[in-house]
Structures are given as C-alpha cells and as structure tokens.
Design a protein around this ligand. Structure first.
Ligand SMILES: Nc1nc2c(ncn2[C@@H]2O[C@H](COP(=O)(O)OP(=O)(O)OP(=O)(O)O)[C@@H](O)[C@H]2O)c(=O)[nH]1
Ligand SMILES: [Mg+2]
Length: 405
C-alpha cells in the first residue's frame, strides 16, 4: 500500500503543475490580446474609441465583457477584414475596385467602399454576423419605455404592433407610449387598439396613447416632407413632439432606458432590446435600412461619424447653418459601413428609427434640440449634445432595423 501512495501523490502534484501552467498561459494570452486591442484603439486616434472601451469595461455584467472579447478575438482570427484603414484626413480608405456580386453573400467584412458608402449594404454570411450578435444568458431587470411619435400612421400601426409584440425582452419590463399630434386619419383610434393589444395580449407592463396637443407641425405628402427647405420646421416639430412624449413617460414611471422606435418600421430584430443593452452605452443606434427587391439599402442616413474632412467643412459654416444628412455629400461615414470596426462603434450623429437612451441622461437634461445645435437638430442634435455632456454615443453596425419602403 505504501508503495502505491507516493506515485499517486506525485501524479497529483504533476497534474496541479500542468493546471497552473495552463492557467498562466491563458492569462498571458488574455493580457496580450487586451494590449493589442488597446494599441489598435489608439491607432485610430481620430475617433473616440476609448469611450466605448470604458463603457464595456464598466459593464456591470463582466460576463458580457468576457464574451465580447472572446467573440471579437474569434471574429478577428477567422474573418478576413478588408478594412483599408484611414487616410491622412481621417476618412476611411475607399476600395474603388471592389465589386459587390449581389448573387453572393460576403464571407468577410468589407471596408467602406464607394458603392456601399452611398446606397447598398451587402449581405454578409450568417456565420460571420452571428458572431457579432451573441448575447449573454442573463436575467434582465431593467425597465424600458418604448416611445413612438405618431402622425397619420394608420397604415403602419398594425405591422408596428406585430413587430414590437414579437420582441423577446421580458414584456412585463416594457411599457409603450404613442405620442400623437395633428393626425387627420384614424391614428388615435388604431393606436389605442394597438396599445390595448400589447397590454392585454402581449402582457406589456403598460401601453397607452398620449395626445401631445401641439399646434403646427408639418403636413404634406412624402415628396413635400422631404424637401430640404422644410427640414428645419419639420424636424424642430419632431424634436418638440419627442421631448413632450419623453416628459410624459418620465412622469409615469422611473424607467431605466428610453427606446425610440418609429411607427413606420417594417422589421425589427426580435432581440433588439438585448442587443442595445449589451453595449451598456448612454446613446445607442442601430442601422436603419430598407429592402428594395431583396437588396439592402441604407434608409435613415442620420447615424454617422464625423471625419476630419466633414469637421473641416463644418468649421466653415455659420453657427446657425443646418446640415442635412442624406441630401448631399457630407463627407461622413455611415453606421452600416462601419462593420469592419467591430460590434459596437462610436458615432457622432444618430437617427430615431430605433434609438436607445439611458433614462438618467434624459433626467440630467439631455433632450432633442428644437433649434439648431452644432449644425443639427432633433436626433442628430441629441447625439451632439450627448457627446458634449460626456455621454457615450455608439452604434451597432450588425443590428439592422428595416424601415418601410
Ligand atoms: N407626434 C408626431 N409624430 C410624427 C410627426 N411627424 C412624423 N411623426 C412620427 O414620427 C416618426 C418618424 O417620422 P417619419 O415621418 O417617419 O420621419 P422620417 O423617417 O424621417 O421620414 P420618412 O422617410 O418619410 O419615413 C414616425 O413614427 C411618424 O409617425 C408629427 O408631426 N408629430
Ligand atoms: Mg420614417
């Protein structure tokens, strides 16, 4: 018996030693990766990646961070990224030779290339995209208020109700408020029916319609509404409607997050809320696209990042000049084109198609500017204001919300 004991103890010691060596190797790998990551971040010094990093690090759920790092690492090793870097002006180097074959899904993440920069968003294979969408298996407890301004929205509300009703975030943690004004169709009636269904059938905590009673606003066909000369009036009114609705919601409950969703969205990812919460950032936007004959196109051009060129252009404008995205070349980079940077990317402008803001930011005074703020108004103005208040503003290039065509 004595003879057998020593080899057994020795065996145990050897196993212990191997375990410790493995632990040490894993530690070194992790630190090395982290160091590389920070080097990569500081290399792109034109953009404030640090705030995203800080957010991820301050995430209460460290499992989120570990998963993020693991996935990014995995994605980095497995995916060829065609990101060409930045030119001396801080703009992405555009691959002008790139040809996107619509018949094929890409098995790598493209850099910003000219065609994409303007209209089309290529399909990337599911194997790749799913790596940027994995969520931690945690119990959610944060209360979310979905706020939706509506005017003449009868056509869109049924589909909106279905899409919101299919969200997989715990329904008892979600409330929804429509903020209506100036409709000349049955919007109030249909919005009430939609709210009632969400509350009774989908078991939302609350769902209701708020009459905002704002005089004015902008009426007119789609064609007239999108003329550049009416944008200041139209969007100032939208900002006012959003601010009134926000105030109402904040009087109802102490929400943790405010999620703005436009009524004319055609398709929402079921895990939209969880994806946005994953960032743990103050202001979060998703891509807002349309599907035209099966092709993905950029729709809402309001989620963007400045480049040195665009900042230079802005510096020459009168302070009150309103810059309109999507109307003419603004020299910015748009959210759907930033996939090569990873899952969460810093932004300077956001759109309202699907936009999440931490309620505490609104409580501390963050609003939708009703007059021009740093050349912007409404949602884009909010992003600029948020940055000035020290809040993080990010986008999710892999999360796609589809707007009606
Ligand atoms: N309360 C209120 N809501 C509005 C008003 N105008 C639009 N909305 C709603 O605000 C959201 C965004 O408005 P849209 O007209 O879709 O703005 P947009 O996406 O820039 O424009 P489109 O390209 O035409 O969709 C939608 O939910 C509209 O129903 C308004 O004057 N008052
Ligand atoms: Mg719209």
């Amino acid at each position: 018996m004595m003879g057998l004991r020593y080899p057994r103890i020795l065996g145990k010691q050897i196993l212990k030693l191997i375990f410790l060596i493995l632990l040490f190797i894993c530690g070194v790998q992790f630190t090395r990766y982290d160091r590389n990551k920070s080097r990569e971040i500081s290399a792109q010094k034109d953009f404030d990646h640090r705030s995203v990093r800080k957010d991820l690090n301050s995430n209460k759920s460290s499992r989120n961070i570990r998963k993020y790092i693991k996935l990014t690492k995995l994605a980095k090793s497995n995916i060829h990224r065609a990101f060409g870097g930045l030119d001396s002006n801080g703009s992405p180097i555009i691959d002008r030779k790139f040809k996107y074959d619509r018949a094929k899904q890409l098995d790598y993440i493209p850099s910003v290339f000219e065609a994409v920069n303007h209209h089309e968003v290529p399909y990337i294979s599911e194997n790749i995209t799913k790596m940027f969408l994995v969520l931690p298996n945690i119990k959610y407890e944060e209360k979310v208020a979905i706020l939706t301004p509506v005017r003449n929205a009868v056509r869109a509300l049924k589909r909106f109700g279905e899409q919101v009703g299919k969200l997989t975030y715990p329904h008892e943690l979600m409330s929804l408020y429509f903020g209506e004004d100036g409709s000349i169709d049955n919007t109030i009636e249909i919005a009430n029916i939609t709210a009632h269904q969400l509350e009774t059938q989908r078991k939302f905590h609350t769902a209701d319609v708020v009459r905002l009673n704002i005089s004015g606003g902008f009426h007119g066909s789609d064609y007239v509404r999108h003329k550049p000369e009416v944008q200041r009036t139209r969007r100032a009114h939208m900002a006012l409607a959003r601010n009134r609705l926000l105030r109402f919601a904040q009087d109802q409950n102490k929400f943790d997050h405010i999620l703005w969703i436009d009524s004319d969205v055609a398709e929402l990812p079921a895990d939209l809320v969880q994806q946005m919460l994953f960032t743990n950032s103050d202001v979060v936007a998703t891509c807002c696209l349309t599907k035209t004959r099966g092709h993905k196109m950029k729709y809402d051009m309001n989620s963007w990042r400045e480049t040195n060129n665009s900042i230079n252009k802005l510096s020459k404008l009168e302070p009150d000049y309103l810059v309109l995205e999507g109307y003419r070349k603004s020299l910015r980079i748009y959210l759907p084109d930033l996939k090569s940077e990873g899952r969460v990317v810093p932004l300077d402008g956001v759109g309202g198609c699907a936009l999440m803001v931490k309620a505490k930011c609104h409580r501390s005074g963050l609003q939708f500017p009703e007059v021009v703020y740093k050349h912007h108004i409404e949602t884009e103005g909010l992003a600029k204001m948020a940055r000035d208040m020290g809040y993080s503003v990010v986008g999710l290039p892999f999360v796609e919300v589809f707007h009606e065509v």
